[in-house]
Design a protein around this ligand. Structure first.
Ligand code: PLP
Length: 390
Protein backbone atom coordinates (compact mmCIF):
# COMPACT_ATOMS: atom_id res chain seq x y z
CA UNK A 1 0.00 0.00 0.00
CA UNK A 2 1.33 3.41 -0.96
CA UNK A 3 1.59 5.93 1.86
CA UNK A 4 -0.33 9.17 1.42
CA UNK A 5 1.60 11.54 3.63
CA UNK A 6 -0.51 14.51 4.73
CA UNK A 7 1.39 15.28 7.94
CA UNK A 8 3.99 17.69 6.62
CA UNK A 9 3.69 20.13 9.52
CA UNK A 10 5.02 17.29 11.69
CA UNK A 11 7.95 16.65 9.38
CA UNK A 12 8.74 16.50 5.69
CA UNK A 13 10.49 14.15 3.33
CA UNK A 14 14.10 15.11 2.57
CA UNK A 15 14.14 16.44 -0.99
CA UNK A 16 16.25 14.18 -3.26
CA UNK A 17 18.27 17.23 -4.36
CA UNK A 18 19.01 17.97 -0.68
CA UNK A 19 20.09 14.40 0.03
CA UNK A 20 22.36 14.34 -3.04
CA UNK A 21 24.05 17.51 -1.90
CA UNK A 22 24.57 16.12 1.62
CA UNK A 23 25.85 12.65 0.74
CA UNK A 24 29.57 13.41 0.28
CA UNK A 25 29.62 15.08 3.70
CA UNK A 26 28.14 12.01 5.37
CA UNK A 27 30.72 9.71 3.80
CA UNK A 28 34.08 10.82 2.41
CA UNK A 29 34.22 14.46 3.48
CA UNK A 30 33.88 13.96 7.21
CA UNK A 31 36.40 16.54 8.45
CA UNK A 32 35.95 19.09 11.17
CA UNK A 33 35.59 22.58 9.69
CA UNK A 34 37.63 24.03 12.58
CA UNK A 35 40.71 21.95 11.69
CA UNK A 36 43.90 23.56 10.39
CA UNK A 37 44.32 20.94 7.65
CA UNK A 38 42.70 21.37 4.27
CA UNK A 39 40.61 18.19 4.60
CA UNK A 40 38.60 19.75 7.42
CA UNK A 41 39.17 23.44 6.83
CA UNK A 42 37.81 23.30 3.30
CA UNK A 43 34.38 22.56 4.71
CA UNK A 44 34.25 26.04 6.16
CA UNK A 45 33.46 27.51 2.74
CA UNK A 46 30.63 24.98 2.26
CA UNK A 47 29.10 26.10 5.56
CA UNK A 48 29.37 29.71 4.46
CA UNK A 49 27.71 28.89 1.14
CA UNK A 50 24.84 27.27 3.02
CA UNK A 51 24.58 30.26 5.34
CA UNK A 52 24.27 32.57 2.34
CA UNK A 53 21.44 30.41 0.94
CA UNK A 54 19.50 30.43 4.21
CA UNK A 55 20.01 34.19 4.44
CA UNK A 56 18.83 34.68 0.85
CA UNK A 57 15.50 32.97 1.59
CA UNK A 58 14.88 35.54 4.33
CA UNK A 59 16.34 38.55 2.52
CA UNK A 60 18.99 38.65 5.28
CA UNK A 61 22.78 38.98 5.38
CA UNK A 62 24.72 35.73 5.86
CA UNK A 63 26.29 36.95 9.12
CA UNK A 64 22.78 37.31 10.57
CA UNK A 65 22.24 33.52 10.41
CA UNK A 66 23.31 31.24 13.27
CA UNK A 67 22.99 27.48 12.74
CA UNK A 68 21.33 25.54 15.56
CA UNK A 69 20.40 21.93 16.16
CA UNK A 70 16.64 22.39 15.61
CA UNK A 71 13.72 24.76 15.80
CA UNK A 72 13.35 24.20 19.53
CA UNK A 73 16.93 25.21 20.24
CA UNK A 74 16.48 28.26 18.06
CA UNK A 75 13.34 29.33 19.97
CA UNK A 76 14.94 28.67 23.36
CA UNK A 77 18.10 30.54 22.37
CA UNK A 78 16.19 33.60 21.15
CA UNK A 79 14.21 33.87 24.37
CA UNK A 80 17.20 33.18 26.61
CA UNK A 81 19.31 35.67 24.70
CA UNK A 82 16.62 38.33 25.13
CA UNK A 83 16.34 37.93 28.89
CA UNK A 84 20.12 37.64 29.38
CA UNK A 85 20.70 40.74 27.24
CA UNK A 86 18.21 42.85 29.20
CA UNK A 87 18.63 41.54 32.78
CA UNK A 88 16.78 44.49 34.27
CA UNK A 89 13.61 43.62 32.31
CA UNK A 90 11.45 40.86 33.81
CA UNK A 91 8.43 40.59 31.53
CA UNK A 92 7.82 38.35 28.49
CA UNK A 93 4.86 38.53 26.13
CA UNK A 94 3.78 35.60 24.01
CA UNK A 95 0.56 33.98 22.83
CA UNK A 96 -1.59 31.14 24.15
CA UNK A 97 -1.16 29.21 20.92
CA UNK A 98 2.63 28.93 20.64
CA UNK A 99 4.40 25.66 19.99
CA UNK A 100 5.76 24.04 23.18
CA UNK A 101 9.26 25.15 22.10
CA UNK A 102 8.19 28.67 23.11
CA UNK A 103 5.17 27.97 25.33
CA UNK A 104 6.93 25.63 27.73
CA UNK A 105 10.16 27.62 27.69
CA UNK A 106 8.43 30.80 28.85
CA UNK A 107 6.64 28.75 31.51
CA UNK A 108 10.09 27.63 32.62
CA UNK A 109 11.18 31.28 32.77
CA UNK A 110 8.01 32.10 34.72
CA UNK A 111 9.05 29.54 37.31
CA UNK A 112 12.34 31.45 37.58
CA UNK A 113 10.52 34.65 38.44
CA UNK A 114 9.71 36.24 35.07
CA UNK A 115 6.28 37.75 34.55
CA UNK A 116 4.70 36.24 31.44
CA UNK A 117 1.65 37.48 29.55
CA UNK A 118 -0.01 34.87 27.31
CA UNK A 119 -2.08 36.79 24.77
CA UNK A 120 -5.48 35.35 23.93
CA UNK A 121 -6.79 34.59 20.44
CA UNK A 122 -10.34 34.69 19.09
CA UNK A 123 -12.42 31.78 17.80
CA UNK A 124 -10.58 31.97 14.46
CA UNK A 125 -7.20 31.86 16.14
CA UNK A 126 -6.46 35.57 15.53
CA UNK A 127 -4.37 37.41 18.08
CA UNK A 128 -6.11 39.86 20.42
CA UNK A 129 -4.31 43.07 19.43
CA UNK A 130 -5.90 45.12 22.21
CA UNK A 131 -4.53 42.68 24.75
CA UNK A 132 -1.13 42.95 23.06
CA UNK A 133 -1.14 46.76 23.30
CA UNK A 134 -2.15 46.59 26.94
CA UNK A 135 0.47 43.98 27.77
CA UNK A 136 3.68 45.64 26.59
CA UNK A 137 5.45 47.99 28.98
CA UNK A 138 8.92 49.26 29.92
CA UNK A 139 9.60 46.01 31.73
CA UNK A 140 9.04 43.86 28.60
CA UNK A 141 12.28 42.14 27.56
CA UNK A 142 10.88 40.34 24.54
CA UNK A 143 7.69 39.62 22.62
CA UNK A 144 7.58 36.20 20.95
CA UNK A 145 4.72 35.59 18.52
CA UNK A 146 4.76 32.75 16.05
CA UNK A 147 4.65 33.48 12.34
CA UNK A 148 2.10 30.79 11.58
CA UNK A 149 0.44 28.26 13.83
CA UNK A 150 1.49 24.65 13.38
CA UNK A 151 -1.97 23.23 14.12
CA UNK A 152 -4.29 25.59 12.28
CA UNK A 153 -1.90 27.35 9.89
CA UNK A 154 -3.20 30.76 11.05
CA UNK A 155 -0.75 33.56 10.15
CA UNK A 156 -0.15 36.36 12.66
CA UNK A 157 0.10 40.11 11.86
CA UNK A 158 3.84 40.37 12.47
CA UNK A 159 4.34 43.59 10.53
CA UNK A 160 1.80 45.44 12.63
CA UNK A 161 3.19 44.01 15.87
CA UNK A 162 6.77 44.64 14.79
CA UNK A 163 6.20 48.31 13.93
CA UNK A 164 4.78 48.94 17.39
CA UNK A 165 7.63 47.11 19.10
CA UNK A 166 10.27 48.86 17.02
CA UNK A 167 8.95 52.20 18.15
CA UNK A 168 8.99 51.08 21.77
CA UNK A 169 12.44 49.47 21.37
CA UNK A 170 11.23 46.07 22.57
CA UNK A 171 12.85 42.93 21.14
CA UNK A 172 10.66 40.90 18.81
CA UNK A 173 11.15 37.21 18.14
CA UNK A 174 9.08 35.02 15.89
CA UNK A 175 8.92 31.25 15.69
CA UNK A 176 8.70 30.93 11.92
CA UNK A 177 9.30 27.17 11.88
CA UNK A 178 6.05 26.57 9.97
CA UNK A 179 6.34 29.62 7.75
CA UNK A 180 9.84 29.48 6.31
CA UNK A 181 9.69 27.83 2.91
CA UNK A 182 5.88 28.17 2.79
CA UNK A 183 5.50 31.96 2.71
CA UNK A 184 7.62 34.77 1.31
CA UNK A 185 9.61 36.34 4.15
CA UNK A 186 11.82 39.38 3.79
CA UNK A 187 13.48 40.82 6.86
CA UNK A 188 14.00 44.11 5.05
CA UNK A 189 10.26 44.66 5.25
CA UNK A 190 9.49 42.63 8.36
CA UNK A 191 10.36 44.45 11.60
CA UNK A 192 11.45 41.37 13.56
CA UNK A 193 14.74 41.01 15.46
CA UNK A 194 15.00 37.23 15.64
CA UNK A 195 13.47 34.46 13.53
CA UNK A 196 13.56 30.72 14.27
CA UNK A 197 13.42 28.09 11.58
CA UNK A 198 13.83 24.33 11.35
CA UNK A 199 15.18 22.20 8.51
CA UNK A 200 12.84 19.24 8.73
CA UNK A 201 9.78 21.35 7.99
CA UNK A 202 11.11 22.35 4.58
CA UNK A 203 12.56 19.14 3.14
CA UNK A 204 15.94 19.28 4.91
CA UNK A 205 16.86 16.71 7.57
CA UNK A 206 15.77 16.63 11.19
CA UNK A 207 18.22 17.99 13.72
CA UNK A 208 19.16 21.21 11.97
CA UNK A 209 17.75 24.69 12.43
CA UNK A 210 18.81 28.30 12.40
CA UNK A 211 18.22 31.58 14.14
CA UNK A 212 18.20 34.86 12.26
CA UNK A 213 19.55 37.65 14.46
CA UNK A 214 19.20 41.13 13.00
CA UNK A 215 22.46 43.04 12.85
CA UNK A 216 22.78 45.23 15.94
CA UNK A 217 20.53 43.03 18.12
CA UNK A 218 22.07 42.21 21.48
CA UNK A 219 22.84 38.49 21.56
CA UNK A 220 23.81 36.13 24.33
CA UNK A 221 24.63 32.50 23.44
CA UNK A 222 22.67 29.67 25.03
CA UNK A 223 25.02 26.80 24.16
CA UNK A 224 28.39 27.78 25.52
CA UNK A 225 31.70 26.13 24.66
CA UNK A 226 33.89 26.53 21.58
CA UNK A 227 34.13 29.41 19.18
CA UNK A 228 31.86 28.00 16.44
CA UNK A 229 29.28 30.19 14.75
CA UNK A 230 31.27 33.25 15.66
CA UNK A 231 30.89 32.47 19.35
CA UNK A 232 27.12 32.48 19.08
CA UNK A 233 26.49 28.73 19.20
CA UNK A 234 29.17 26.35 20.40
CA UNK A 235 29.49 22.75 19.21
CA UNK A 236 31.09 21.14 16.16
CA UNK A 237 28.98 21.99 13.17
CA UNK A 238 26.56 19.45 11.70
CA UNK A 239 28.19 19.98 8.32
CA UNK A 240 26.06 17.68 6.15
CA UNK A 241 22.79 18.95 7.61
CA UNK A 242 23.86 22.58 7.33
CA UNK A 243 24.59 21.96 3.65
CA UNK A 244 21.21 20.21 3.35
CA UNK A 245 19.43 23.16 4.96
CA UNK A 246 21.14 25.53 2.55
CA UNK A 247 20.00 23.48 -0.43
CA UNK A 248 16.45 23.17 0.95
CA UNK A 249 16.26 26.96 1.36
CA UNK A 250 17.56 27.47 -2.16
CA UNK A 251 14.87 25.12 -3.54
CA UNK A 252 12.14 26.70 -1.43
CA UNK A 253 13.05 30.18 -2.64
CA UNK A 254 13.15 29.10 -6.27
CA UNK A 255 9.73 27.41 -6.28
CA UNK A 256 7.90 29.37 -3.58
CA UNK A 257 5.26 31.13 -5.66
CA UNK A 258 4.47 28.06 -7.73
CA UNK A 259 4.23 25.89 -4.62
CA UNK A 260 1.96 28.32 -2.78
CA UNK A 261 -0.47 28.21 -5.71
CA UNK A 262 -0.20 24.41 -6.04
CA UNK A 263 -0.63 23.64 -2.34
CA UNK A 264 -3.49 26.03 -1.71
CA UNK A 265 -5.33 24.59 -4.70
CA UNK A 266 -4.97 21.03 -3.38
CA UNK A 267 -5.80 22.07 0.18
CA UNK A 268 -8.90 23.98 -0.93
CA UNK A 269 -10.06 21.04 -2.98
CA UNK A 270 -9.74 18.71 -0.01
CA UNK A 271 -11.64 21.14 2.22
CA UNK A 272 -14.38 21.69 -0.33
CA UNK A 273 -14.90 17.96 -0.82
CA UNK A 274 -15.01 17.24 2.91
CA UNK A 275 -17.35 20.13 3.68
CA UNK A 276 -19.64 18.95 0.91
CA UNK A 277 -19.64 15.26 1.70
CA UNK A 278 -19.44 15.07 5.50
CA UNK A 279 -22.13 16.64 7.72
CA UNK A 280 -21.20 18.47 10.96
CA UNK A 281 -17.79 19.55 9.81
CA UNK A 282 -16.04 22.85 10.59
CA UNK A 283 -12.75 24.41 9.56
CA UNK A 284 -10.67 25.63 12.49
CA UNK A 285 -8.73 28.85 12.00
CA UNK A 286 -8.96 32.06 10.00
CA UNK A 287 -9.54 30.93 6.40
CA UNK A 288 -8.15 34.21 5.01
CA UNK A 289 -4.81 34.22 6.77
CA UNK A 290 -3.57 30.67 6.69
CA UNK A 291 -0.58 28.70 5.47
CA UNK A 292 -1.27 27.39 1.97
CA UNK A 293 -0.59 23.78 2.94
CA UNK A 294 -2.62 23.42 6.14
CA UNK A 295 -6.20 22.65 7.02
CA UNK A 296 -7.51 21.81 10.46
CA UNK A 297 -10.96 20.26 10.24
CA UNK A 298 -13.26 19.16 13.02
CA UNK A 299 -15.51 16.21 12.40
CA UNK A 300 -17.90 16.68 15.25
CA UNK A 301 -19.16 13.80 17.39
CA UNK A 302 -16.28 11.49 16.55
CA UNK A 303 -12.84 10.99 18.08
CA UNK A 304 -9.79 12.18 16.20
CA UNK A 305 -7.75 9.16 17.15
CA UNK A 306 -10.32 6.75 15.66
CA UNK A 307 -10.22 8.76 12.44
CA UNK A 308 -6.44 8.58 12.38
CA UNK A 309 -6.47 4.83 12.97
CA UNK A 310 -8.93 4.28 10.15
CA UNK A 311 -6.97 6.58 7.85
CA UNK A 312 -3.84 4.68 8.76
CA UNK A 313 -5.45 1.49 7.45
CA UNK A 314 -5.61 3.22 4.07
CA UNK A 315 -2.00 4.37 4.37
CA UNK A 316 -3.05 7.98 5.01
CA UNK A 317 -0.97 9.94 7.54
CA UNK A 318 -2.48 12.98 9.28
CA UNK A 319 -2.61 14.20 12.86
CA UNK A 320 -5.18 15.20 15.44
CA UNK A 321 -5.65 17.72 18.23
CA UNK A 322 -7.32 15.21 20.53
CA UNK A 323 -5.48 14.32 23.72
CA UNK A 324 -4.53 10.72 23.01
CA UNK A 325 -2.85 11.48 19.71
CA UNK A 326 -1.05 14.65 20.70
CA UNK A 327 1.19 12.74 23.12
CA UNK A 328 -0.15 14.66 26.11
CA UNK A 329 -3.00 14.21 28.53
CA UNK A 330 -4.61 17.43 27.40
CA UNK A 331 -6.32 18.04 24.07
CA UNK A 332 -4.88 20.75 21.80
CA UNK A 333 -4.08 23.94 23.76
CA UNK A 334 -4.43 25.82 20.47
CA UNK A 335 -8.01 24.77 19.80
CA UNK A 336 -8.88 25.26 23.47
CA UNK A 337 -7.45 28.80 23.36
CA UNK A 338 -9.74 29.43 20.38
CA UNK A 339 -12.73 28.32 22.42
CA UNK A 340 -13.45 25.42 20.06
CA UNK A 341 -16.23 23.23 21.52
CA UNK A 342 -14.97 20.00 23.03
CA UNK A 343 -16.88 17.82 20.53
CA UNK A 344 -15.02 19.64 17.76
CA UNK A 345 -11.60 19.49 19.43
CA UNK A 346 -11.87 15.75 19.92
CA UNK A 347 -12.74 15.23 16.28
CA UNK A 348 -10.13 17.61 14.86
CA UNK A 349 -7.79 16.45 12.14
CA UNK A 350 -4.90 18.38 10.65
CA UNK A 351 -4.00 17.65 7.05
CA UNK A 352 -0.75 19.33 6.02
CA UNK A 353 0.48 19.04 2.45
CA UNK A 354 3.79 19.32 0.66
CA UNK A 355 5.07 19.66 -2.89
CA UNK A 356 5.14 15.84 -3.09
CA UNK A 357 1.36 15.44 -2.71
CA UNK A 358 -0.73 14.92 -5.81
CA UNK A 359 -4.30 15.55 -6.86
CA UNK A 360 -4.86 11.78 -7.04
CA UNK A 361 -3.98 11.52 -3.36
CA UNK A 362 -6.36 14.35 -2.47
CA UNK A 363 -9.13 12.65 -4.45
CA UNK A 364 -8.50 9.39 -2.63
CA UNK A 365 -8.66 11.00 0.81
CA UNK A 366 -11.76 12.96 -0.24
CA UNK A 367 -13.40 9.66 -1.21
CA UNK A 368 -12.57 7.66 1.89
CA UNK A 369 -13.21 10.29 4.57
CA UNK A 370 -17.04 10.44 4.31
CA UNK A 371 -17.17 6.65 4.66
CA UNK A 372 -14.89 6.66 7.66
CA UNK A 373 -16.78 9.47 9.39
CA UNK A 374 -20.16 7.89 8.80
CA UNK A 375 -19.02 4.55 10.13
CA UNK A 376 -17.31 6.03 13.20
CA UNK A 377 -20.24 8.25 14.09
CA UNK A 378 -22.42 5.18 14.32
CA UNK A 379 -19.96 3.58 16.73
CA UNK A 380 -18.68 6.59 18.67
CA UNK A 381 -19.65 7.33 22.29
CA UNK A 382 -19.43 10.97 21.12
CA UNK A 383 -22.10 10.37 18.45
CA UNK A 384 -24.45 13.31 17.92
CA UNK A 385 -27.57 11.54 19.16
CA UNK A 386 -25.71 10.13 22.16
CA UNK A 387 -24.30 13.57 23.05
CA UNK A 388 -27.79 15.07 22.84
CA UNK A 389 -29.06 12.48 25.35
CA UNK A 390 -26.31 13.32 27.89
N1 PLP B 1 7.90 25.65 16.37
C1 PLP B 1 6.90 25.20 15.62
C2 PLP B 1 5.81 26.13 15.20
C3 PLP B 1 6.87 23.87 15.21
O1 PLP B 1 5.86 23.42 14.46
C4 PLP B 1 7.91 23.01 15.63
C5 PLP B 1 7.89 21.57 15.29
O2 PLP B 1 6.84 20.99 15.14
C6 PLP B 1 8.96 23.53 16.40
C7 PLP B 1 8.92 24.87 16.76
C8 PLP B 1 10.10 22.70 16.86
O3 PLP B 1 10.99 22.43 15.82
P1 PLP B 1 12.01 21.20 15.94
O4 PLP B 1 11.21 19.96 15.78
O5 PLP B 1 13.00 21.40 14.84
O6 PLP B 1 12.65 21.32 17.28
Amino acid sequence: MKTIYLDNNATTRIAPEVFDEMKPYLTDLYGNPSSMHTFGGELRSKIEEARAKVAALLGAEPEEIVFMSCGTESDNTALMSAVESYPQKRHIVTSRVEHPAVFNFVKHLARRGYRVTFLPVDSRGRLDMDAFLKAIDDDTAVVSIMYANNETGVIFPLEEIGEILKEKKILFHTDAVQAVGKLPINVKRLPVDMISLSGHKLHAPKGIGALYVRKGTRFYPYIIGGHQENGRRAGTENVASIIGLGKACELAGKHLEKEIAYLSKLRDKLEKNLLKNCPDVRINGDPEHRLPNTTNISFEYVEGESILLRLNEYGVCASSGSACTSGSLEPSHVLRAMGTPFTAIHGSIRFSLSRYNTETEINKVSDIMPEIIKELRELSPFGKEKIKKL
